[in-house]
Each structure stands twice: as C-alpha cells, then as structure tokens.
Design a binder for this molecule. Structure first.
Ligand code: AMP
Ligand code: ZN
Length: 499
C-alpha cells in the first residue's frame, strides 16, 4: 500500500473555500504549477516564503509516493509596472535604468533566484519554462479565445471581454469578487480607451516605439499580457486539466482569476482542480513588499546587513521559522521569532545526531515502540491534513524529547526492537531532511560550543575530585542560568543539553 493511500491528503481549495479530499486526475500522479518570480529584482523574504510553501507540498507529495511534475515558471516578459495593462515592462524599466539589455536583467535575476533557492535547499521544479520562450503558444491561445468570442482586437492590442464571459461564466469565482462592484471601483485610466469595458484585461499589447521587448503577431508587433503565460505554460506541460495551481494569496486577483477566465475562454472549461494560496509574510502586520520598503532579501538576512536585523541568521533557521507557521496563516517577521527558531532548529539537529548514535537495548519496552509508531503516524496525519507543518513539527519534538531521554539515560540505548529503531531512524530522516528540507549545516559555532563545554565539564569533574564542590556547583548553576543543563550519566560521563 502506498503511503498516499494510507495517509490521504485533504487540502484547502481556494476555489471552493473548503477543505477537500485530494484526488489527482491520474491516480498516483500529480501535476502542480506554481507562479514563479518576475525576474527584475532580487526576491525578498516574502517571495521566498511562498516558494517554500510549495517546496513543502512538492516534497511531501514525493514522500507519499506520488510521481509529481512540478512546473514553476520564470516571468521574463509582460509583467507591467503596478500590475496594470499600461505602463512600462518591469524588466525593461530595470534595463533602461541600468543600461542593460532586458534579457541581461532577466538572466541576472534568474541566476540570483536559483542561487537563493539552492541556499535555502528548495528542490528545483521538474520544468522551469520562460514566458519569452512561449510566445507562439500564447498567440495560439489568444486566437482560440478570439474564435470563441471572448476576446476582441482593438488598435493592435487584444483584450479579454470580461462582461461577455461573465454572461455564461463566473468572473470572480476564485476571488469572490462581483463584477458590478469591480465596475464601480474602476477608474477611467489613461490609455484604456481601446477597451470596451475598463475591466477587460490585455491578452496582447501593441508595443509603442520605445518598447524593446516585442514579437510579431497577427495583431501587431507587441507582447503578451502578464496573465496569459501561466495559462499557456500550465496547460502545455500539465495538460488541459491539471491538479494543483499555486501562488501567493496576493495573486488570487486579478492574476489567477484572469487565468481561469482565459483557460475557460479557450477550452470551454477551467484547467485547474485545486487552487492553493500561500499566505503573506508580514512585518509588523504589513505585507512585506519591495515597494513598501519593509522588505529585505534572503541574502541580507544571512549577512544581517539590514537596519531591521539584529544579526544574521542561517538559511536553515529561516526554513525552520517558516515551517513553524501554517502556510495559510500570515507569518510576522521579527528578530525574536528568528532567535527562537534558531534554538528549535539546533535542538532538532542535536536530536538527529543523538538518534544516529542510538542502538537497541536488550530491555525492550513495548509501550516505547507504540509511542514511536504513534508519533510517526501523527506527523504524517498532520501533513496530510492540509500540510500542517507546525503541528507535524510539534509531534517531531515529542519524539525528539523521547530520543534525547534515551540518549542520556541509557547511554545511547533505545528500549525498542532493532527493526523499529532502524525504521525510526530512516523515517525521521525522511521527514526532517526529505519533507522539511532541514539539513545539518556546517556550524562552526556549535563546534566551538562543544569544545568549550568539554573544557568546562572537565574543570567541573576535577573540582569534584578535589572536593571543591562550590566550584563544581557554580559551573552547573551558571550554565543552567544561560539555558545549558548538565546531565550526569550512569557511567560517570557528563553531557550537556540546551533547554
Ligand atoms: P512576484 O515576483 O512579485 O510575481 O512574486 C513571486 C511570488 O511571491 C508570488 O507568488 C507572490 O504571491 C509571492 N509574494 C509576494 N510578496 C509576498 C509576501 N510578502 N509574502 C509571501 N509571498 C509573497
Ligand atoms: Zn502566474
């Protein structure tokens, strides 16, 4: 029996607003599309959070035994400043300001993005398509939508006819917005005269003479609208219908709403079965974003070189920090929360070391064996319940406490059968490393701490031998006051635990 049958997934589908049983269109296989970065600037920590959310999903689906095709695109064209249908292309603007070729900008930030993904141990997607590499397919989809009567050409540009579409379909099905409200909220913006209705969105834009990124099309020399590429690349690589489409919550409207309209306009039915949205990383309650100036990059977080940071943190600490929150809740950044996450992460890594050292004891205790099995199942159940990483991590820590007990009390002996111990070692590794992506990092600080602690323990032992109990007690008490507990083991050895 596959793990995915034993631990069936339920997930929050943004389309229905409900938790649903996850049933992939093709049994045993999952197709997942996630909106990737627009490569005109460095990703910030908020972007990273969204990509990490889908890394957790990808890793967990693989862990359960699904064959997954994970597509995450690179937006290197068509995303206009302020997410509107008018204005400059974000990449072209950056190129103009820095006197670079637009593709030089796209390449620079794609490279940097890959570096950040690697540093934070995110698995690469199965396919990473570029918008600029799929212009022909985008033109084909526009033609289909026009032929179906849901788009019209105007002044060399092509617009999606939202009002017409909404007669037989529901524009707003995902975001819950009502077309009447949207109409009343829209202002007449400059350059919108070509549209029949201000709500209509661009599928193709005619390029004005200053626009560098342009391609020939039946309508004009121009470029595709931002929403189109994801509809095109998702269905090209995952099929006309596919399982999961993800992105950050802020993309629900208009980006994903428009995607649904485009696919339905082209094929008569929507493409995506489950929509999943990751929630925002906030700073003092406000969405982290470059334009608000409350954002910093993952690399700044590592170096600590930013006014909002007390110091630098490691990539694994940041992974742990993000996994401690459920993907559907907002997560507020603070130095304190990162410091707590650092402690948690280190504690977990020490447990993994202790676990590797454990051997099976002759005195087997069936209740311990039961405990291990129950905890492993609880971890999987939480992850299968809408990818609840914080609850799964809490169960990992209950197992971790037990492992530490065994490691100290029994001199690295676990009162469970050899087979169960081997399965605990391999399963916990698969969960911690494989699903959470938490690896041990070369931490020179912890090596130094080990050496300093060995020295202090040695001094304390010598003091005891010389009956200088006040020094021995002082060492123990002062260490205790900074959160380091000394444990005297039955054989006379002493180890330390960080609380
Ligand atoms: P962009 O490059 O702006 O298209 O964003 C890439 C991804 O990051 C999208 O899925 C966004 O929804 C997501 N994102 C942007 N800001 C945040 C934030 N503060 N917290 C979490 N995700 C974000
Ligand atoms: Zn997208």
């Amino acid at each position: 029996m596959n793990l995915y049958e034993k631990f069936p997934i339920t997930l929050q589908n943004s389309l229905s607003g409900k938790k649903e049983k996850f049933e992939p269109l093709n049994p045993g296989k999952v197709g997942m599309y996630v909106c990737g970065p627009t490569v005109y600037q460095e990703v910030h920590l908020g972007n990273l959070r969204t990509f990490l959310t889908f890394d957790l999903l990808f890793r967990y689906l693989l862990y359960l035994g699904y064959k997954v095709r994970y597509v995450r695109n690179i937006t290197d064209v068509g995303h206009l400043v302020a997410d509107l249908d008018e204005g400059e292309d974000k990449i072209a603007k950056e190129a103009r300001l820095n006197q670079l070729e637009p593709m030089e900008v796209a390449q620079k930030y794609t490279n940097l993005f890959h570096r950040v993904m690697d540093l934070f141990n995110l698995l690469p997607p199965s396919i990473e398509p570029l918008a600029s590499g799929h212009i022909i397919e985008q033109i084909e989809m526009i033609e289909k939508i026009i032929n179906n009567g849901f788009a019209y050409e105007s002044g060399g540009s092509v617009y999606f006819d939202v009002e017409k579409y909404n007669k037989d379909h529901d524009y707003g099905i995902l975001s819950g917005r009502k077309i009447e409200d949207l109409i009343s909220q829209t202002r007449e913006l400059e350059g919108q005269e070509e549209k029949r209705n201000p709500l209509d969105f661009a599928l193709w834009k005619k390029a004005d003479p200053s626009h560098i990124m342009r391609w020939p099309s039946p309508w004009s020399d121009g470029f595709p609208g931002w929403h189109l590429e994801c509809s095109v690349m998702g269905t090209k690589y995952l099929g006309k219908e596919f399982d999961i489409h993800g992105g950050g919550m802020d993309l629900k409207f208009p980006h994903h709403e428009c995607e649904i309209a485009q696919c339905t306009g082209a094929e008569g039915k929507p493409a995506v079965k489950y929509w999943i949205h990751g929630n925002m990383l906030t700073v003092e309650g406000q969405k982290m974003s470059k334009s608000l100036g409350n954002g910093f990059t993952p690399l700044e977080l590592i170096s600590g070189d930013h006014p909002m940071l007390n110091r630098g943190y490691t990539t694994m600490t940041i992974r742990f920090f993000m996994l401690q929150a459920h993907y559907s809740s907002t997560l507020d950044f603070s130095n304190e929360a990162l410091e707590a996450a650092e402690k948690g992460y280190k504690r977990l890594m020490r447990t993994m070391d202790a676990l590797a050292e454990l051997s099976s004891s002759k005195n087997v205790d069936p209740s311990s064996e039961g405990f291990v099995e129950a905890k492993l199942d609880a971890i999987r159940k939480h992850l299968s319940d809408n990818f609840n990483s914080p609850l799964a991590l809490a169960e990992v820590f209950e197992l971790s406490n037990r492992i530490n007990d065994w490691s100290v009390k029994g001199k690295s002996q676990a009162p469970i059968e050899k087979e169960s111990l081997e399965s605990l070692k391999s399963e916990l590794n698969k969960i911690v490393k494989g699903v959470f992506g938490l690896e041990k990092e070369n931490d020179s600080n912890s090596e130094i701490l080990d050496k300093v602690m060995a020295l202090l323990i040695d001094i304390r032992n010598r003091s005891k031998l010389q009956k200088d109990f006040s020094t021995a007690d002082k060492i123990r008490d002062e260490l205790g006051s900074v959160g380091i507990k000394l444990k005297d083991m039955p054989g006379g050895e002493t180890t330390y635990i960080l609380d």
